[in-house]
Each structure stands twice: as C-alpha cells, then as structure tokens.
Design a binder for this molecule. Structure first.
Ligand SMILES: [Zn+2]
Length: 282
C-alpha cells in the first residue's frame, strides 16, 4: 500500500480551528492567519459535520499547500462506534467516511475522532466492537483510494472510550489507525499525568507499543483544562490552568518527537504561540 508521506520533520504548532484574529471565520482565512503568525499547522473542525463542498475544499487545500501550512481534520462529535442502534452505527461510519473524503481533498494528514461511548457496556466488549467497526470503516475509506490516517483521540472522561491503553492498542492492532494524544485530557482523567516523570512514561508507552517510528509522526492536542473527579469539565487557557506544559515540552525534547501540536485553549493562537515559543526556547 502506498502511504502519503506528508510527515513533518519537526514539531509544528497550530490551532484547533480558525484563529480568532483571522480576517473571517473561513478556513482559508484561518490558514492565511496561521502563516502570518509564524505557526505551522491548523486542524480544520468538522465537529458538527463535514459539509465543506468540493470547490471550497480544493481552495483550502491549495491555500495550505501554497503557504506550507500542514492541515489535520477533526471529525464530527456525533460518532459512536459502540452505538446500540444499527442506524446510529451506520450514521457514525458514514460520518467518518465523509470526513475522510473532504480531509483527503484538503490534504489533511489525519482525522481526529472520538471513537465511542461505553454506554455501561464492559470496556473489553466495547474495545472489540470499536475495533471491528473501525476495520470496516477503513476498508470503505481505502476502497475510495483515500489514504488518510484515523487518529483515535485520548478522551477526557471516564465514560468515554479512549484511555491511553485503548488508543494505543487500537493503533497497534488496526492498520490505518494512529493515536491523537490529548495531554490535557489524559491529565483530566484523574488529575495525574502532569509531571515530567509521567509525561516520559506516556511517551515510553507509545514507543513500547507502536515503535519509535510513532514518535516521528505524533498528533497532539494541548490546552489548559478544568476537571473534576469525573474528568474533563472545560478547556482553559494555559495561564488559568495547572497544566505543567514546560515539563511536558522537556519530555518531548528528550524523546525528540515530531508531528503536529494542536492548541485547543479558548485563546487558540495566543496559547499556540506561547507553546511554540516555550518549546523552541528549551
Ligand atoms: Zn477531540
């Protein structure tokens, strides 16, 4: 199988969605603003559905290519590969396929998605189901000759499928799946995962389960985060949060990771620039 090699040779920083200071909310203006700010990437948000038309998608792809801004896509929230009703399951898979078509046109390297909810089912059963439905979805995507990677995200709540273990196991066992490591979510799932030693342990687990090549093709989400015993409550700006991003960046440097870092703080580009500056100054 030929895989598009669009990997970055370093770590690029950008925003989840169009920066606030863009000329308009349009994706193309967002990409232009990313380039003006000296950031390197942007995640195009299809969280309420992948409805961009073909002409627009081609324009977005050309803009990104021309300005050398790397793109990723975030799939719809309404996806549950553990849905009990057949129609909801079919709709979830269709949403992933539709996102893959547009992601491919805009030249996005990967599609981030939240795989499933447990719905009180045993996690092991949910894993098996998600794996089977994902294999099926990827088969349909590849039948259209689309080579985009599906990035299963580590989720911020215990009720949502997407622990670090589950995401790494899916990535190891399903061809075409790779992790989206949301460090804020990992921290929110119990208040841990916020020290240098814990960050190194996460990167070590990635290496152990997916090989060191995974470190050259990372997809990361980061922001400040507000959480309770049940996990994520809301995203915060870094300065308003306890997110220990300096030690996180030290761990990234030590493991020499490459790929995309998408800032999901409410302030978007302001925090993305803070992250990029802090990382580069280490
Ligand atoms: Zn997400």
């Amino acid at each position: 199988m030929i895989r598009k090699t669009t990997m970055s040779d370093k770590l690029l920083f950008g925003t989840g969605g169009t920066p606030h200071s863009s000329k308009s909310e349009s994706t193309a203006h967002g990409i232009e603003r990313i380039a003006e700010l000296g950031l390197g990437c942007m995640e195009v948000e299809f969280v309420y559905g992948a409805n961009m038309n073909q002409t627009m998608a081609q324009k977005v792809g050309a803009t990104a290519k021309g300005l050398n801004v790397k793109l990723s896509a975030h799939g719809p929230y309404y996806i549950n590969l553990n849905a009990h009703e057949e129609e909801k399951l079919i709709a979830s898979k269709k949403r992933l396929l539709q996102t893959a078509r547009i992601a491919s046109t805009i030249g996005a390297q990967g599609i981030v998605f939240h795989p499933a909810f447990y719905l009180k089912d045993p996690p092991e059963d949910v894993y098996d189901r998600v794996k089977k439905e994902l294999e099926d979805t990827i088969r349909a995507i590849r039948e259209e000759d689309i080579q985009v990677t599906l990035r299963a995200e580590t989720t911020g709540k215990g009720s949502q499928f997407g622990s670090l273990d589950e995401v790494l196991r899916l990535s190891a066992e399903v061809d075409g799946v790779a992790p989206c490591i949301d460090f804020a979510h990992l921290h929110a799932r119990g208040g841990k995962a916020n020290s240098y030693a814990e960050f190194k342990s996460i990167l070590k687990q990635i290496t152990d389960k997916l090989g060191s090549k995974a470190l050259n093709d990372m997809h990361i989400h980061l922001s400040g985060i507000k959480y309770s015993g049940k996990g994520e409550l809301s995203h915060l700006n870094l300065s308003e949060s306890d997110m220990n991003y300096i030690d996180l960046f030290k761990a990234w440097k030590e493991f020499d990771i490459k790929g995309l870092v998408i800032c999901e703080s409410p302030s978007l580009e302001a925090d993305a620039l803070i992250m990029q500056k802090a990382y580069n100054s280490l």
